[in-house]
Every structure is written in C-alpha cells, then in structure tokens.
Design a binder for this molecule. Structure first.
Ligand code: NAI
Ligand code: DG6
Length: 595
C-alpha cells in the first residue's frame, strides 16, 4: 500500500531533563520487588525486598523506515486498520449516513489515551499527557504495509466485500489501497474452517512445508529490499486456526520443527510457517488470533534470535469488559460465581468460528482470563473447595478425550468437562470450576460486523446475597479490533528500540540453540545470531509481556506467569513508558497532596 503522506501530528511535546546524544535518550530506574517464601506447614510468608538498578536507553527514530507484513491482509481487521490509517493520514472528511465525520484513532492506547505524568504544584492538579507526546513513537501513517491473503482480491474491493466502512469513506480512500496480496501459505487439514474454501485462490506451492517456509522468507526479504526498510514486523490477522497438538519430537524444538516441515507433518500449521519465516528473517511476529502458533519450537527460535513474539488473540470487546469487571469484583471483595458470555456476529470471522475446531481455539482464549483471578483470590473460595473437589474428581474419571495434546485428532465436543480438561491441568480445572464460566458464539450472517454480545455475571455478596449484572453490547467488531493492531505494532516497534542494563544482569545465561550450523538436508541456518546487545545493554525478553493489555490470552514465558488483572496490565505498560522517559513509576499514592 502506498504510504506517502507526510503527517507530523505525532511528535514529542514534553520536555525532560534527561541525558541524550545523537542516537539515544538515557534514563535510570531502580526496581524493588518483594521475594516471598511460603512455609506450607505454618502458612507463614516471609518477605524480602530485592532492589535492582537499571540503566535504560531508547534509540531515536531518526530516518528509520518500518514495514509491516500482514497475514490475512484482505480480511476485516486488516482492511479496517489500513483504511483507518489511510483516512487519518489524508485527513479526509466523509459522510457517515447523514453526518460529516473526521477520522480518529479512538481505541488506541498509544494514540488516544493519556498517562498521568505528575503533579502540578501551582494548580494543585494531576498532570496528564497523551502517550505519543511523551515518547517517540513510529507514526503509523509512515508504515509501509504489505501482506498475504489466500484470496487474491484487491484490497480496494475487499473494502466493499468486508462491509465495515460506508461507501463515501471507501470511495475517498480506495485508490490508496490498490494492492493485490502476496501468494500465501495454505495447507489442507482443516486449519481454518472448510467454509473458507471458496476464498482459496492465491497460494504458494512447494513439495514440502520447508520449501514453502523458504518461499515466505524470500517474500519477506524482497519486501524489505524493495521498500528499503530497516525493520519489518509480521502480523498474523488471518482466520482463527484450529489448536494444534503439542507433540514431542515435532514442535518442541526448532530443529524438530524443521524436520517436521520437511516431512510435511500434519501438525505444522500455516501460522507456524509465517512465524518461523518471520523470526528467521529477524522480524517480530504478532499473533492476533487465538490459536497456539507460539509452540515451544517457535519460542526457542525467537529467544535464540532475540526477536519479539506477541500473542494471543486481541482483547477487544466482551473479554476486555470481562477483564476490568473481574478487577472490580475481586478488587472490591465480591465473589463471582457464574459468568456466561454469548455473542452472535455475521462477518467472515464469525463464519470461520461456526466450525467446531476453530470455535474451540476461540473458546479457550476467551475462557483463560478467569483462572488467574481465582488463583490470586483463593481465600474467597475456601468454603467451596470441598464441594468442588468431590464434584470434579468424579467428573474427571469420565473424561475420554483428555489426551488430545498428544495426538493429532483433536475433536471438539460439547460437554464442558471435556473441553476444560483439554485446556487446563487438573488443578487449573478445579480452580476454574469455582466460577462457572461458559462461552457461546453463533454465526448470524445478517448482522455482519455488528456483533451483539450478551453477558450475565452472578456474584455472591455480603451474607450470601446474589448480585446479577447483565450486559448487552452492540459493537462494530473490526472497528474495536483495528486500533489494537496499531497499538501492538507501535509497542513492538518501540520495544525494539529500548535497551536495559541491569547491574545484576548475568550474561552467561544466554541460550544456545545448537553448536555451529543447523543443517537439515540442504537447509542451512548459519549460527549468525544477531546479538541484541549494544554497549552491554540488552533488549527485553523475546516474549513481550507488555503486550498483555492487548491480548485476550496473553502469551508468557515459563519464567513469568501472566498477570491477568487489567489494571496491572495497563499500569505495567504505562510504567514502562514512564521508565523510558526517566519519570518515576506511578505508585498511585497522592503523597504530594499531604505535604
Ligand atoms: P477475516 O475472516 O475477515 O480475515 C481473515 C483473513 O485471513 C481472510 O481474508 C482470509 O482469506 C485470510 N487468511 C486465512 N488464512 C490465511 C493464510 N494462511 N494466509 C493468508 N491469509 C489467510 O477475519 P478478521 O475479522 O479480520 O479477524 C482476523 C482474526 O482476528 C481472526 O482470527 C479473529 O478471530 C481475530 N480477532 C478478531 C477480533 C475482532 O474483534 N474482529 C478480535 C480478536 C481477534
Ligand atoms: C466472536 O466472539 C468473534 C471473535 O473473534 C470476537 O469478536 C473477538 O475475539 C473479540 O472478542 P472479545 O471477547 O474481546 O469481544
């Protein structure tokens, strides 16, 4: 897509007293974490405060050129994001039914929300500022976009097919989206629903999956070269795929998955091919869908190459509200007991999800949230424990399908017991049953992108009373999702320019993927790890946990467990911004007012 507009709306407007040179801004940060040890016999927790000092540097953007390759570029979310960015860039006016409208970036944390920077002594008021005025972000309107789709429809026609924007809007931007998607990765094997078959007319061919992987790498190289880009980010915005089985010797290590590609193993999905290709080309990979693309083999490669990976699934509507409602419940000492989430929609995403296997991936993703809250608030459920444990143990015996992860034949079933067992370890399952939770999604073509969502929350209140809250939400699904795609791109780009030096950093911890070169047949990856070290500074971990705010099912490393609290996800992102701007983190204590 041409992206030639010079837009200077996004620029720094806050002055700091921080060090800088021609390439970097510098700041320092002292972090205190409490190390907790619990004695299970006495139930006593011993706490020790651990301090660590960091030096931080952010690389200046200067003339950096960023490209983004979108998988599923003809889809609703992708074309909505591109149309929105284009309209903002051209600053068009358009008629929306009756009124004249201007474009905006509502729904993007980076481009529309404010952060508290401090306290204004004169006015005795808190001071707030849009994030993009505080930290140097890449202007989305300067990104060079390209991408793949299994359907070869030109994007300007996709805008009409997808039915998100009105006709006047489309007419004003469509020529800027004159682009035919690249040939794509498509494998038989129900990765996406059978009902998508009619779209498949634009695919790469090869004798095996390894050959296809190489072709995708070449497409990325070509895009980078043709557009003279410094960096490329690959974003999966394709249909939800089925959840693939985790198989030892196949997708557990990078070397094994290369072998699996070569042998055309049925579990290697298209999204895994894009992820591997991206990382091998040193491009971060974002998974905006729920499926488990980020298998251990992908993670291992990403960590080895120090390339960022982000997933899974966008937290846009129902789950976003669920997230902060759970903050409200648990934060105020209420006890959720039943959460039922229903929605129907009629876009192509809904059509794909009307197939059991793909629905299963989405269901898992939409259900994940509650587990962590329950674990962190175990004290609320003590009296329920006996009952639940008895119930679940007896159900557990009846589970027939609990080994789906080990085989290839994942079959979606309708009983909750089986689905829960498939998703969680037994202990998690117990946790989960403390709160009944169910997810229903129906495909109703007539409603198109205007998703209708209904939620019922029942919580226990004082003296065993009950409090029921029902929500009815009509939303334009793709308009909620697209700004989050922009945020993820901006976050990953920013994170690529941020380096930390910990005084306690231990360099000897670096992973070694293989000794020397990896050589599978004629496929050679040289051991040319691009070090992310710069003047002894290091980038953050490959698994970019700061993206949790934007993901329904935040993917995290085995070292750090995901924190599902919406408040803590938002604050961790904002504190990250504060740290790199040499501002103190916000403790949310209004001590200056007391002085
Ligand atoms: P969509 O169905 O409109 O677009 C997906 C596109 O991907 C289609 O154009 C399809 O042809 C293409 N595609 C499928 N497999 C491909 C492959 N292997 N290579 C290249 N292209 C491929 O779906 P939409 O609404 O854009 O959603 C995209 C994803 O984002 C879905 O997984 C959806 O569940 C997820 N999502 C959507 C949210 C929303 O609010 N709209 C929120 C959270 C996640
Ligand atoms: C129906 O649930 C379709 C899905 O793709 C959702 O629209 C999407 O995942 C958004 O989910 P949520 O729960 O954040 O509204």
């Amino acid at each position: 897509c041409p992206n030639v507009y010079d837009n200077t709306k996004i620029k720094l407007q806050v002055k700091f007293n921080r060090k800088e040179d021609k390439d970097f801004f510098y700041s320092t940060y002292e972090h205190t974490e409490t190390e907790v040890e619990k004695d299970n016999k006495t139930n006593v927790m011993t706490c020790k405060n651990i301090k660590n000092k960091y030096e931080v540097m952010i690389e200046k953007l200067k003339n950096k050129k960023l490209g983004v390759l979108i998988v599923g570029i003809g889809g609703n979310n992708a074309t909505t994001m591109l149309g929105g960015i284009c309209a903002n860039s051209k600053d068009i006016s358009y008629i929306d039914t009756y009124d004249i409208k201007k474009p905006n970036y509502l729904g993007s944390v980076f481009l529309s929300s404010n952060l508290r920077i401090g306290y204004n002594k004169k006015n005795k008021e808190h001071s707030y500022c849009p994030i993009y005025k505080l930290v140097e972000l890449y202007n989305p309107e300067h990104i060079i976009f390209g991408g793949w789709d299994i359907n070869n429809m030109n994007l300007k026609d996709c805008l009409y097919r997808n039915k998100v924007f009105g006709v006047d809007f489309i007419e004003k931007i469509k020529n800027d989206l004159d682009y035919v998607p690249l040939k794509s990765v498509y494998f038989k094997g129900n990765f996406i629903a059978d009902n998508q078959q009619l779209r498949v007319n634009n695919i790469l061919v090869g004798t095996n999956k390894l050959e296809i992987l190489e072709k995708v790498r070449n497409q990325i190289k070509e895009f980078k070269k043709q557009n003279n880009l410094n960096d490329v980010i690959v974003l999966w915005s394709g249909n939800t795929e089925k959840t693939i089985p985790i198989i030892e010797g196949v997708n557990d290590t990078f070397i094994n998955i290369l072998g699996a590609c070569k042998n055309n193993h049925v579990s290697v999905s298209p999204s895994i091919i894009y992820a591997l290709a991206a990382i091998l080309e040193n491009c971060p990979f974002i998974n905006s869908s729920p499926q488990n693309t980020l298998v251990n083999a992908v993670v291992e490669l990403a960590e080895y190459k120090n390339v960022f990976i982000v997933g899974n699934d966008l937290k846009t509507g129902q789950t976003k509200i669920k997230n902060f409602l759970l903050d409200f419940y648990f934060g105020t000492g209420l006890k959720p007991k039943s959460i039922v989430s229903y929605n129907h929609l009629g876009n192509n995403d809904g059509k794909n999800l009307s197939s059991d296997l793909q629905f299963y991936s989405k269901k898992i993703s939409k259900s994940n949230l509650i587990c962590d809250y329950v674990k962190a608030n175990d004290n609320l459920y003590v009296s329920d424990d006996d009952m639940n444990e008895k119930n679940m143990r007896s159900k557990h015996k009846n589970i027939k399908n609990n080994d789906f992860c080990k085989g290839d034949s994942l079959i979606s079933t309708s009983t909750d017991t089986v689905e829960i067992e498939k998703d969680c370890a037994f202990t998690d399952m117990l946790e989960k049953q403390k709160v009944n939770s169910d997810i229903v999604i129906k495909y109703v073509p007539y409603v198109g992108d205007d998703k209708k969502a209904m939620d019922e929350y029942i919580s226990e209140i004082f003296m065993n009373g009950k409090n029921t809250i029902c929500l009815y939400n009509i939303c334009q699904d793709s308009l909620l999702a697209s700004p989050i795609l922009i945020d993820l791109i901006l976050l990953v780009e920013l994170s690529q320019r941020v380096y930390f030096k910990s005084l306690k950093m231990n360099d000897s911890n670096e992973k070694i993927l293989c000794n020397g070169n990896i050589n599978i047949d004629n496929y050679v990856i040289s051991h040319d790890m691009v070090s992310n070290k710069y003047k002894n500074f290091k980038r953050m971990d490959s698994i970019l946990y700061l993206s949790s705010l934007f993901c329904k099912s935040p993917f995290n490393s085995s070292v750090y467990k995901t924190r599902h609290s919406f408040f803590s996800q938002l604050e961790s992102l904002l504190n990250f911004i504060r740290i790199i701007c040499d501002l103190p983190t916000d403790a949310h204590l209004d001590l200056p007012f007391m002085a």
